[in-house]
Write a protein that binds this ligand. Sequence first.
Ligand SMILES: Cc1cc2nc3c(=O)[nH]c(=O)nc-3n(C[C@H](O)[C@H](O)[C@H](O)COP(=O)(O)OP(=O)(O)OC[C@H]3O[C@@H](n4cnc5c(N)ncnc54)[C@H](O)[C@@H]3O)c2cc1C
Length: 530
Amino acid sequence: MQYDYIIVGAGSAGCVLADRLSASGQHRVLLLEAGGSDWHPFIHMPAGLAKLVSNQSINWNYNTEPEPNLNNRRLYWPRGKVLGGSSSINAMCYIRGQRADYDAWAAAGNPGWSFAEVLPLFRRSEANTRGTDALHGDAGPLSVDDLKHTNPLSHAFVDAAQQAGYPRNEDFNGAEQAGFGFYQVTQRNGQRWSTAAGYLKRAKERANFTLMTGAQVLRIRFDHDRAVGLDVRIGKHIERFETSGEILLSGGAINSPQLLMLSGIGPADHLRHHGIGVRMDLPGVGANLHDHLDICVLQRCTQKITYDHPNDAAVALKYLFTRSGLGTSNVAEAGGFAVSRHASDGRPDLQFHFVPAMLDDHGRNRLPGYGFTMHGCALRPKSRGHLELASSDPLAKPRIYANYLSEPEDLKLLVECVRISRDIFAQPALVPFAGDEYLPGKDVNSTPEIESFIRRKAETIYHPVGTCKMGQDASAVVDAQLRVRGIDGLRVIDASIMPTLVSGNTNAPTVMIAEKASDLILNQYLRAAA
Ligand SMILES: Cc1cc2nc3c(=O)[nH]c(=O)nc-3n(C[C@H](O)[C@H](O)[C@H](O)COP(=O)(O)OP(=O)(O)OC[C@H]3O[C@@H](n4cnc5c(N)ncnc54)[C@H](O)[C@@H]3O)c2cc1C
Protein backbone atom coordinates (compact mmCIF):
# COMPACT_ATOMS: atom_id res chain seq x y z
CA MET A 1 0.00 0.00 0.00
CA GLN A 2 1.37 3.40 -0.95
CA TYR A 3 0.68 6.35 1.30
CA ASP A 4 1.10 10.06 0.63
CA TYR A 5 2.10 10.76 4.21
CA ILE A 6 3.34 8.37 6.87
CA ILE A 7 3.38 9.77 10.40
CA VAL A 8 5.55 8.09 13.04
CA GLY A 9 4.06 8.44 16.53
CA ALA A 10 0.49 9.26 17.62
CA GLY A 11 1.46 11.73 20.34
CA SER A 12 0.71 15.40 20.88
CA ALA A 13 2.03 16.28 17.42
CA GLY A 14 1.26 13.11 15.45
CA CYS A 15 -2.49 13.16 16.15
CA VAL A 16 -2.73 16.78 14.95
CA LEU A 17 -1.00 15.85 11.69
CA ALA A 18 -3.25 12.83 11.23
CA ASP A 19 -6.33 15.01 11.43
CA ARG A 20 -5.15 17.99 9.40
CA LEU A 21 -3.51 16.00 6.57
CA SER A 22 -6.45 13.64 6.13
CA ALA A 23 -9.14 16.34 6.39
CA SER A 24 -9.44 17.13 2.67
CA GLY A 25 -9.85 13.47 1.73
CA GLN A 26 -7.25 13.94 -1.03
CA HIS A 27 -4.26 12.31 0.71
CA ARG A 28 -3.76 8.77 1.94
CA VAL A 29 -2.38 9.09 5.45
CA LEU A 30 -0.91 6.34 7.64
CA LEU A 31 -0.20 6.85 11.35
CA LEU A 32 2.07 4.32 13.09
CA GLU A 33 2.11 4.17 16.89
CA ALA A 34 4.35 1.90 18.94
CA GLY A 35 1.96 1.87 21.90
CA GLY A 36 -1.61 0.65 22.13
CA SER A 37 -5.06 2.18 22.33
CA ASP A 38 -5.98 4.67 25.05
CA TRP A 39 -8.67 2.47 26.60
CA HIS A 40 -7.34 2.74 30.17
CA PRO A 41 -9.90 4.58 32.38
CA PHE A 42 -7.12 6.36 34.32
CA ILE A 43 -6.15 8.14 31.08
CA HIS A 44 -9.59 9.71 30.82
CA MET A 45 -10.25 10.45 34.50
CA PRO A 46 -7.85 13.34 35.09
CA ALA A 47 -6.83 12.42 38.66
CA GLY A 48 -5.83 9.01 37.30
CA LEU A 49 -2.58 10.64 36.18
CA ALA A 50 -1.06 9.82 39.56
CA LYS A 51 -1.42 6.13 38.68
CA LEU A 52 -0.17 6.53 35.10
CA VAL A 53 3.24 7.99 35.81
CA SER A 54 4.91 4.62 36.23
CA ASN A 55 2.45 2.42 34.37
CA GLN A 56 4.72 0.10 32.38
CA SER A 57 2.31 -0.64 29.56
CA ILE A 58 1.67 2.92 28.36
CA ASN A 59 5.00 4.53 29.13
CA TRP A 60 8.50 4.32 27.69
CA ASN A 61 9.87 4.59 31.26
CA TYR A 62 13.19 6.23 30.44
CA ASN A 63 15.95 7.01 32.92
CA THR A 64 18.84 9.38 32.40
CA GLU A 65 22.44 8.29 32.77
CA PRO A 66 23.97 9.23 36.15
CA GLU A 67 23.73 13.03 36.38
CA PRO A 68 27.09 14.44 37.55
CA ASN A 69 25.59 17.57 39.13
CA LEU A 70 22.79 15.70 40.88
CA ASN A 71 24.87 13.32 42.99
CA ASN A 72 25.11 10.91 40.06
CA ARG A 73 21.43 10.07 40.34
CA ARG A 74 19.60 8.58 37.36
CA LEU A 75 16.44 10.63 36.87
CA TYR A 76 13.18 9.02 35.86
CA TRP A 77 11.70 10.33 32.57
CA PRO A 78 8.19 9.07 31.81
CA ARG A 79 6.97 9.49 28.19
CA GLY A 80 3.64 8.33 26.82
CA LYS A 81 3.58 5.15 24.70
CA VAL A 82 -0.09 5.07 23.79
CA LEU A 83 -2.52 6.89 21.50
CA GLY A 84 -2.16 10.56 22.44
CA GLY A 85 1.47 9.97 23.51
CA SER A 86 2.49 12.15 26.44
CA SER A 87 -0.75 14.15 26.10
CA SER A 88 -2.47 11.02 27.44
CA ILE A 89 -0.38 10.92 30.63
CA ASN A 90 0.46 14.57 31.25
CA ALA A 91 -0.84 16.95 33.91
CA MET A 92 -3.04 18.84 31.42
CA CYS A 93 -1.82 22.37 32.32
CA TYR A 94 -2.52 24.53 29.25
CA ILE A 95 0.35 26.98 28.84
CA ARG A 96 1.81 28.52 25.68
CA GLY A 97 4.88 30.29 26.99
CA GLN A 98 5.86 33.89 26.33
CA ARG A 99 5.68 36.03 23.23
CA ALA A 100 9.45 36.54 23.43
CA ASP A 101 10.09 32.77 23.22
CA TYR A 102 8.72 32.60 19.69
CA ASP A 103 10.16 35.94 18.65
CA ALA A 104 13.57 34.52 19.65
CA TRP A 105 12.98 31.44 17.46
CA ALA A 106 12.23 33.71 14.50
CA ALA A 107 15.20 35.97 15.23
CA ALA A 108 17.49 32.91 15.28
CA GLY A 109 16.79 32.38 11.58
CA ASN A 110 13.39 30.67 11.55
CA PRO A 111 11.07 32.80 9.45
CA GLY A 112 7.38 32.27 10.17
CA TRP A 113 7.79 31.36 13.84
CA SER A 114 7.38 34.75 15.57
CA PHE A 115 4.60 35.04 18.14
CA ALA A 116 2.46 37.13 15.80
CA GLU A 117 2.76 34.36 13.21
CA VAL A 118 2.07 31.41 15.51
CA LEU A 119 -0.74 33.03 17.53
CA PRO A 120 -3.37 32.23 14.85
CA LEU A 121 -2.34 28.57 15.11
CA PHE A 122 -2.73 28.53 18.90
CA ARG A 123 -6.15 30.10 18.42
CA ARG A 124 -7.09 27.67 15.65
CA SER A 125 -6.24 24.67 17.80
CA GLU A 126 -8.06 25.90 20.89
CA ALA A 127 -11.65 25.44 22.09
CA ASN A 128 -11.54 27.54 25.23
CA THR A 129 -14.75 27.32 27.26
CA ARG A 130 -14.23 30.95 28.32
CA GLY A 131 -14.87 31.99 24.71
CA THR A 132 -12.88 33.68 22.01
CA ASP A 133 -10.92 36.95 21.99
CA ALA A 134 -7.77 38.33 20.37
CA LEU A 135 -5.61 35.71 22.11
CA HIS A 136 -7.95 32.72 22.39
CA GLY A 137 -10.02 30.50 20.14
CA ASP A 138 -13.24 28.68 20.99
CA ALA A 139 -13.77 26.43 17.99
CA GLY A 140 -10.64 24.27 17.69
CA PRO A 141 -10.17 20.57 18.41
CA LEU A 142 -8.17 21.07 21.65
CA SER A 143 -10.59 21.65 24.49
CA VAL A 144 -9.33 24.02 27.19
CA ASP A 145 -11.40 24.37 30.34
CA ASP A 146 -11.37 25.61 33.90
CA LEU A 147 -11.03 22.96 36.57
CA LYS A 148 -14.34 21.53 37.78
CA HIS A 149 -12.99 20.69 41.22
CA THR A 150 -10.35 22.49 43.27
CA ASN A 151 -9.03 21.87 46.74
CA PRO A 152 -9.44 24.56 49.45
CA LEU A 153 -5.66 24.45 49.86
CA SER A 154 -5.17 25.54 46.24
CA HIS A 155 -7.32 28.61 46.96
CA ALA A 156 -5.39 29.34 50.14
CA PHE A 157 -2.17 28.99 48.15
CA VAL A 158 -3.26 31.54 45.52
CA ASP A 159 -4.28 33.94 48.30
CA ALA A 160 -0.93 33.35 50.02
CA ALA A 161 0.95 34.20 46.83
CA GLN A 162 -0.88 37.53 46.70
CA GLN A 163 -0.05 38.16 50.34
CA ALA A 164 3.59 37.51 49.41
CA GLY A 165 3.34 40.34 46.87
CA TYR A 166 2.63 38.53 43.59
CA PRO A 167 -0.25 39.63 41.38
CA ARG A 168 -3.22 37.37 40.84
CA ASN A 169 -3.40 36.09 37.27
CA GLU A 170 -6.67 34.71 35.86
CA ASP A 171 -5.12 33.75 32.51
CA PHE A 172 -1.47 32.75 32.14
CA ASN A 173 -1.98 32.78 28.35
CA GLY A 174 -3.39 36.29 28.41
CA ALA A 175 -1.62 39.60 28.00
CA GLU A 176 0.63 38.98 31.05
CA GLN A 177 2.12 35.70 32.19
CA ALA A 178 3.38 36.89 35.59
CA GLY A 179 1.37 36.17 38.72
CA PHE A 180 -0.36 33.29 40.49
CA GLY A 181 -3.72 31.63 39.95
CA PHE A 182 -5.36 28.45 38.66
CA TYR A 183 -4.22 26.58 35.58
CA GLN A 184 -6.61 26.08 32.72
CA VAL A 185 -6.51 22.46 31.61
CA THR A 186 -6.86 20.39 28.45
CA GLN A 187 -10.15 18.80 29.50
CA ARG A 188 -13.73 18.64 28.28
CA ASN A 189 -16.62 18.05 30.70
CA GLY A 190 -14.19 16.86 33.35
CA GLN A 191 -12.37 14.41 31.08
CA ARG A 192 -8.77 14.55 29.84
CA TRP A 193 -8.62 16.00 26.34
CA SER A 194 -5.53 14.45 24.77
CA THR A 195 -4.75 15.02 21.11
CA ALA A 196 -6.13 11.51 20.54
CA ALA A 197 -9.46 12.73 21.91
CA GLY A 198 -9.35 16.09 20.14
CA TYR A 199 -7.79 15.34 16.77
CA LEU A 200 -7.28 11.62 16.15
CA LYS A 201 -10.92 10.76 16.75
CA ARG A 202 -11.89 12.93 13.77
CA ALA A 203 -9.24 11.40 11.49
CA LYS A 204 -10.36 7.87 12.37
CA GLU A 205 -13.71 8.51 10.71
CA ARG A 206 -12.11 9.10 7.30
CA ALA A 207 -11.64 6.45 4.62
CA ASN A 208 -8.30 7.92 3.51
CA PHE A 209 -6.78 7.51 6.98
CA THR A 210 -5.19 4.37 8.46
CA LEU A 211 -4.07 3.95 12.06
CA MET A 212 -1.85 1.10 13.22
CA THR A 213 -1.11 0.61 16.92
CA GLY A 214 1.55 -1.73 18.28
CA ALA A 215 3.65 -0.65 15.29
CA GLN A 216 7.16 0.42 16.26
CA VAL A 217 9.20 2.04 13.50
CA LEU A 218 12.73 0.67 13.52
CA ARG A 219 14.40 2.42 10.61
CA ILE A 220 13.82 4.80 7.73
CA ARG A 221 14.55 3.49 4.23
CA PHE A 222 16.02 5.69 1.51
CA ASP A 223 16.42 5.92 -2.22
CA HIS A 224 19.62 7.93 -2.43
CA ASP A 225 18.87 11.04 -0.38
CA ARG A 226 15.12 10.62 -0.35
CA ALA A 227 13.21 8.95 2.49
CA VAL A 228 10.87 6.44 0.84
CA GLY A 229 9.80 3.94 3.47
CA LEU A 230 9.96 2.49 6.94
CA ASP A 231 10.76 -0.84 8.57
CA VAL A 232 8.15 -1.42 11.22
CA ARG A 233 7.93 -4.05 13.94
CA ILE A 234 4.38 -5.32 14.32
CA GLY A 235 4.17 -8.15 16.82
CA LYS A 236 7.00 -10.48 15.92
CA HIS A 237 7.15 -9.44 12.27
CA ILE A 238 8.95 -6.68 10.43
CA GLU A 239 6.87 -5.04 7.75
CA ARG A 240 7.82 -2.42 5.20
CA PHE A 241 5.70 0.62 4.40
CA GLU A 242 6.36 2.94 1.48
CA THR A 243 5.47 6.46 0.52
CA SER A 244 5.65 8.48 -2.64
CA GLY A 245 5.19 11.59 -0.49
CA GLU A 246 6.68 12.32 2.92
CA ILE A 247 7.65 10.68 6.17
CA LEU A 248 6.85 12.78 9.24
CA LEU A 249 8.64 11.89 12.47
CA SER A 250 6.59 12.73 15.57
CA GLY A 251 8.16 10.30 18.02
CA GLY A 252 9.00 12.97 20.60
CA ALA A 253 12.23 14.50 21.88
CA ILE A 254 13.83 11.13 22.75
CA ASN A 255 12.61 8.81 20.02
CA SER A 256 12.76 11.06 16.94
CA PRO A 257 16.53 11.69 17.22
CA GLN A 258 17.04 8.00 18.09
CA LEU A 259 15.22 6.96 14.92
CA LEU A 260 17.24 9.40 12.81
CA MET A 261 20.49 7.99 14.20
CA LEU A 262 19.37 4.38 13.69
CA SER A 263 18.73 5.38 10.07
CA GLY A 264 22.17 6.89 9.50
CA ILE A 265 21.39 10.55 10.15
CA GLY A 266 23.35 12.06 13.01
CA PRO A 267 26.89 12.66 14.25
CA ALA A 268 29.05 10.63 11.83
CA ASP A 269 31.60 9.36 14.37
CA HIS A 270 28.91 8.22 16.76
CA LEU A 271 27.07 6.35 14.01
CA ARG A 272 30.28 4.67 12.81
CA HIS A 273 31.06 3.69 16.40
CA HIS A 274 27.85 1.64 16.36
CA GLY A 275 28.47 0.25 12.89
CA ILE A 276 25.71 2.33 11.29
CA GLY A 277 26.34 3.58 7.75
CA VAL A 278 26.38 7.38 7.58
CA ARG A 279 23.76 8.81 5.24
CA MET A 280 23.97 12.38 6.50
CA ASP A 281 26.43 13.77 9.02
CA LEU A 282 24.23 15.99 11.21
CA PRO A 283 26.01 16.64 14.53
CA GLY A 284 22.92 18.31 16.01
CA VAL A 285 20.87 15.10 16.14
CA GLY A 286 20.46 14.28 19.85
CA ALA A 287 22.36 17.44 20.89
CA ASN A 288 20.92 20.60 22.50
CA LEU A 289 18.86 18.47 24.90
CA HIS A 290 17.33 20.63 27.60
CA ASP A 291 14.51 20.32 30.06
CA HIS A 292 12.84 21.97 33.03
CA LEU A 293 14.49 20.69 36.19
CA ASP A 294 12.17 20.97 39.16
CA ILE A 295 12.57 21.23 42.92
CA CYS A 296 9.79 20.51 45.41
CA VAL A 297 9.20 22.03 48.84
CA LEU A 298 6.90 19.85 50.96
CA GLN A 299 4.94 21.10 53.95
CA ARG A 300 2.93 19.04 56.42
CA CYS A 301 -0.77 19.93 56.53
CA THR A 302 -2.58 20.07 59.85
CA GLN A 303 -5.95 19.23 58.29
CA LYS A 304 -6.92 16.02 56.49
CA ILE A 305 -8.13 17.85 53.38
CA THR A 306 -5.29 16.97 51.01
CA TYR A 307 -5.27 14.41 48.19
CA ASP A 308 -2.77 12.16 49.99
CA HIS A 309 -5.11 9.33 50.95
CA PRO A 310 -8.26 9.56 48.86
CA ASN A 311 -10.97 6.95 48.97
CA ASP A 312 -10.22 5.69 45.46
CA ALA A 313 -13.48 3.79 45.04
CA ALA A 314 -15.60 6.77 46.13
CA VAL A 315 -13.65 9.14 43.85
CA ALA A 316 -14.04 6.78 40.88
CA LEU A 317 -17.77 6.21 41.47
CA LYS A 318 -18.52 9.91 41.82
CA TYR A 319 -16.53 10.57 38.67
CA LEU A 320 -18.24 7.78 36.77
CA PHE A 321 -21.76 8.91 37.58
CA THR A 322 -21.43 12.69 37.84
CA ARG A 323 -18.15 13.67 36.08
CA SER A 324 -17.37 15.76 39.13
CA GLY A 325 -15.27 15.74 42.29
CA LEU A 326 -11.62 14.95 42.83
CA GLY A 327 -11.56 12.63 39.82
CA THR A 328 -11.68 15.70 37.56
CA SER A 329 -8.69 17.39 39.20
CA ASN A 330 -5.34 17.51 37.43
CA VAL A 331 -3.80 17.63 40.95
CA ALA A 332 -1.40 20.45 39.95
CA GLU A 333 -4.36 22.82 40.15
CA ALA A 334 -2.73 26.16 40.85
CA GLY A 335 0.61 27.80 40.25
CA GLY A 336 2.24 30.81 38.74
CA PHE A 337 5.09 32.63 37.10
CA ALA A 338 7.53 34.93 38.86
CA VAL A 339 10.39 37.21 37.92
CA SER A 340 13.46 36.23 39.96
CA ARG A 341 15.89 38.79 41.29
CA HIS A 342 18.42 37.42 38.76
CA ALA A 343 16.24 38.35 35.77
CA SER A 344 17.59 41.28 33.80
CA ASP A 345 14.75 41.65 31.29
CA GLY A 346 11.65 41.68 33.52
CA ARG A 347 10.32 38.44 32.02
CA PRO A 348 9.14 35.69 34.38
CA ASP A 349 11.96 33.18 34.64
CA LEU A 350 10.43 30.85 37.25
CA GLN A 351 7.32 28.67 37.13
CA PHE A 352 5.50 27.05 40.06
CA HIS A 353 2.97 24.23 40.30
CA PHE A 354 1.08 23.77 43.58
CA VAL A 355 -0.13 20.28 44.55
CA PRO A 356 -2.41 19.74 47.56
CA ALA A 357 -0.62 16.48 48.44
CA MET A 358 2.86 15.35 49.48
CA LEU A 359 4.60 14.60 46.22
CA ASP A 360 7.94 12.81 46.23
CA ASP A 361 9.70 11.06 43.34
CA HIS A 362 6.88 11.75 40.85
CA GLY A 363 4.37 10.36 43.37
CA ARG A 364 6.09 6.98 43.27
CA ASN A 365 7.20 7.33 46.90
CA ARG A 366 3.97 7.53 48.91
CA LEU A 367 4.65 9.47 52.09
CA PRO A 368 2.70 8.96 55.31
CA GLY A 369 0.46 11.77 56.62
CA TYR A 370 -0.94 14.86 54.91
CA GLY A 371 0.76 17.78 53.25
CA PHE A 372 1.15 20.02 50.24
CA THR A 373 3.89 20.58 47.68
CA MET A 374 5.25 23.44 45.64
CA HIS A 375 7.17 22.61 42.46
CA GLY A 376 9.52 25.28 41.15
CA CYS A 377 11.58 25.37 37.98
CA ALA A 378 13.73 27.77 35.98
CA LEU A 379 11.94 28.52 32.71
CA ARG A 380 14.88 29.07 30.37
CA PRO A 381 17.69 26.82 31.59
CA LYS A 382 21.12 27.34 30.10
CA SER A 383 22.42 23.78 30.68
CA ARG A 384 22.50 21.54 27.64
CA GLY A 385 22.82 17.77 27.42
CA HIS A 386 22.57 15.24 24.64
CA LEU A 387 21.37 11.77 23.92
CA GLU A 388 23.09 8.98 22.06
CA LEU A 389 22.48 5.43 20.94
CA ALA A 390 23.36 2.65 23.35
CA SER A 391 23.65 0.31 20.37
CA SER A 392 22.39 -0.14 16.82
CA ASP A 393 19.54 -2.27 18.19
CA PRO A 394 16.37 -0.21 17.60
CA LEU A 395 14.74 -1.81 20.63
CA ALA A 396 17.50 -0.64 23.01
CA LYS A 397 16.76 2.53 24.94
CA PRO A 398 18.98 5.48 24.03
CA ARG A 399 21.37 6.95 26.60
CA ILE A 400 20.13 10.25 28.01
CA TYR A 401 22.69 12.73 29.36
CA ALA A 402 20.52 15.62 30.55
CA ASN A 403 23.55 17.37 32.06
CA TYR A 404 21.33 19.39 34.39
CA LEU A 405 22.91 22.26 36.35
CA SER A 406 26.08 22.27 34.26
CA GLU A 407 25.52 26.04 34.07
CA PRO A 408 25.72 27.62 37.55
CA GLU A 409 22.92 30.11 36.81
CA ASP A 410 20.40 27.28 36.64
CA LEU A 411 21.24 26.29 40.21
CA LYS A 412 20.94 29.88 41.42
CA LEU A 413 17.39 30.05 40.04
CA LEU A 414 16.37 26.80 41.71
CA VAL A 415 17.65 28.14 45.04
CA GLU A 416 15.38 31.10 44.48
CA CYS A 417 12.46 28.72 43.79
CA VAL A 418 12.96 27.15 47.21
CA ARG A 419 13.07 30.54 48.92
CA ILE A 420 9.95 31.80 47.13
CA SER A 421 8.06 28.58 47.91
CA ARG A 422 8.90 28.94 51.59
CA ASP A 423 7.92 32.59 51.59
CA ILE A 424 4.50 31.83 50.11
CA PHE A 425 3.94 28.90 52.47
CA ALA A 426 4.61 31.24 55.43
CA GLN A 427 1.85 33.71 54.49
CA PRO A 428 -1.28 34.12 56.65
CA ALA A 429 -3.63 32.41 54.19
CA LEU A 430 -1.76 29.11 54.63
CA VAL A 431 -1.05 29.41 58.35
CA PRO A 432 -4.26 27.56 59.37
CA PHE A 433 -3.07 24.58 57.30
CA ALA A 434 0.72 24.61 57.57
CA GLY A 435 2.46 22.16 59.87
CA ASP A 436 6.20 21.52 59.87
CA GLU A 437 8.20 21.72 56.69
CA TYR A 438 8.94 18.16 55.54
CA LEU A 439 11.39 18.93 52.70
CA PRO A 440 13.97 20.39 52.68
CA GLY A 441 13.30 20.75 56.45
CA LYS A 442 13.98 23.48 58.96
CA ASP A 443 17.72 22.75 59.23
CA VAL A 444 18.33 23.57 55.57
CA ASN A 445 18.75 27.34 55.31
CA SER A 446 22.04 28.57 53.90
CA THR A 447 22.59 28.72 50.15
CA PRO A 448 25.02 25.75 50.20
CA GLU A 449 22.52 23.72 52.23
CA ILE A 450 19.72 24.48 49.77
CA GLU A 451 22.03 23.70 46.82
CA SER A 452 22.88 20.37 48.36
CA PHE A 453 19.13 19.65 48.83
CA ILE A 454 18.54 20.47 45.15
CA ARG A 455 21.29 18.10 44.05
CA ARG A 456 19.72 15.39 46.22
CA LYS A 457 16.09 15.87 45.22
CA ALA A 458 15.55 17.75 41.94
CA GLU A 459 13.62 15.86 39.23
CA THR A 460 12.33 16.53 35.73
CA ILE A 461 9.01 18.30 35.21
CA TYR A 462 8.77 16.47 31.88
CA HIS A 463 9.65 19.00 29.18
CA PRO A 464 12.66 17.68 27.23
CA VAL A 465 13.11 19.45 23.88
CA GLY A 466 15.70 20.56 21.36
CA THR A 467 17.21 17.29 20.11
CA CYS A 468 16.29 17.90 16.45
CA LYS A 469 16.66 21.65 16.61
CA MET A 470 15.14 23.94 13.99
CA GLY A 471 17.52 26.57 12.60
CA GLN A 472 20.16 27.49 10.08
CA ASP A 473 23.42 26.99 11.97
CA ALA A 474 25.65 23.93 11.82
CA SER A 475 23.88 22.28 14.77
CA ALA A 476 20.40 22.60 13.25
CA VAL A 477 18.69 19.37 12.24
CA VAL A 478 15.62 20.77 10.48
CA ASP A 479 14.99 24.02 8.63
CA ALA A 480 12.12 26.41 9.34
CA GLN A 481 9.85 24.15 7.24
CA LEU A 482 10.87 21.31 9.60
CA ARG A 483 12.58 19.42 6.71
CA VAL A 484 15.59 17.34 7.71
CA ARG A 485 18.64 19.03 6.26
CA GLY A 486 20.06 17.31 3.20
CA ILE A 487 17.28 14.69 2.97
CA ASP A 488 14.16 14.84 0.82
CA GLY A 489 10.75 13.67 1.95
CA LEU A 490 11.54 13.69 5.67
CA ARG A 491 10.43 16.13 8.39
CA VAL A 492 10.56 16.11 12.16
CA ILE A 493 7.43 17.54 13.78
CA ASP A 494 7.31 17.35 17.58
CA ALA A 495 8.83 18.90 20.72
CA SER A 496 12.34 17.98 19.57
CA ILE A 497 12.41 20.81 17.00
CA MET A 498 12.19 23.60 19.59
CA PRO A 499 15.51 25.43 19.35
CA THR A 500 14.99 26.70 22.91
CA LEU A 501 12.49 25.75 25.56
CA VAL A 502 9.37 27.84 25.77
CA SER A 503 8.72 29.54 29.11
CA GLY A 504 6.11 27.07 30.32
CA ASN A 505 4.69 23.61 29.73
CA THR A 506 5.22 22.08 26.33
CA ASN A 507 2.02 20.36 25.18
CA ALA A 508 0.20 23.38 23.69
CA PRO A 509 3.39 24.57 21.91
CA THR A 510 3.84 21.07 20.43
CA VAL A 511 0.25 21.09 19.18
CA MET A 512 0.93 24.50 17.63
CA ILE A 513 4.10 23.15 15.95
CA ALA A 514 2.07 20.37 14.33
CA GLU A 515 -0.67 22.80 13.28
CA LYS A 516 1.97 24.93 11.59
CA ALA A 517 3.65 21.90 10.00
CA SER A 518 0.37 20.73 8.50
CA ASP A 519 0.00 24.13 6.80
CA LEU A 520 3.59 23.94 5.51
CA ILE A 521 3.04 20.45 4.10
CA LEU A 522 -0.32 21.17 2.49
CA ASN A 523 0.90 24.46 1.03
CA GLN A 524 3.89 22.68 -0.49
CA TYR A 525 1.51 20.12 -2.01
CA LEU A 526 -0.70 22.88 -3.45
CA ARG A 527 2.32 24.69 -4.92
CA ALA A 528 3.58 21.47 -6.53
CA ALA A 529 0.12 20.69 -7.90
CA ALA A 530 -0.36 24.19 -9.37
C1 LIG B 1 4.15 13.01 33.15
C2 LIG B 1 4.11 14.20 32.21
C3 LIG B 1 3.43 15.36 32.61
C4 LIG B 1 3.39 16.47 31.75
N1 LIG B 1 2.61 17.54 32.09
C5 LIG B 1 2.38 18.51 31.18
C6 LIG B 1 1.42 19.53 31.41
O1 LIG B 1 0.74 19.57 32.44
N2 LIG B 1 1.22 20.47 30.44
C7 LIG B 1 1.95 20.47 29.28
O2 LIG B 1 1.77 21.37 28.46
N3 LIG B 1 2.89 19.53 29.04
C8 LIG B 1 3.08 18.52 29.94
N4 LIG B 1 3.96 17.51 29.66
C9 LIG B 1 4.76 17.61 28.43
C10 LIG B 1 3.97 17.35 27.14
O3 LIG B 1 2.97 16.38 27.35
C11 LIG B 1 4.96 16.93 26.04
O4 LIG B 1 5.91 17.95 25.84
C12 LIG B 1 4.27 16.64 24.71
O5 LIG B 1 3.24 15.70 24.87
C13 LIG B 1 5.30 16.15 23.69
O6 LIG B 1 4.65 15.84 22.50
P1 LIG B 1 5.41 15.06 21.32
O7 LIG B 1 4.44 14.96 20.21
O8 LIG B 1 6.72 15.70 21.09
O9 LIG B 1 5.73 13.60 21.93
P2 LIG B 1 4.76 12.52 22.56
O10 LIG B 1 3.44 13.12 22.90
O11 LIG B 1 5.51 11.87 23.66
O12 LIG B 1 4.47 11.50 21.38
C14 LIG B 1 5.40 10.65 20.80
C15 LIG B 1 4.63 9.42 20.31
O13 LIG B 1 5.42 8.70 19.39
C16 LIG B 1 5.37 7.32 19.68
N5 LIG B 1 6.61 6.74 19.19
C17 LIG B 1 7.87 7.03 19.61
N6 LIG B 1 8.77 6.31 18.91
C18 LIG B 1 8.06 5.56 18.02
C19 LIG B 1 8.45 4.64 17.01
N7 LIG B 1 9.73 4.33 16.78
N8 LIG B 1 7.47 4.03 16.28
C20 LIG B 1 6.15 4.35 16.49
N9 LIG B 1 5.74 5.22 17.44
C21 LIG B 1 6.69 5.83 18.18
C22 LIG B 1 5.23 7.31 21.20
O14 LIG B 1 4.78 6.06 21.69
C23 LIG B 1 4.29 8.45 21.44
O15 LIG B 1 2.94 8.06 21.35
C24 LIG B 1 4.05 16.41 30.49
C25 LIG B 1 4.71 15.25 30.10
C26 LIG B 1 4.74 14.14 30.93
C27 LIG B 1 5.44 12.89 30.48
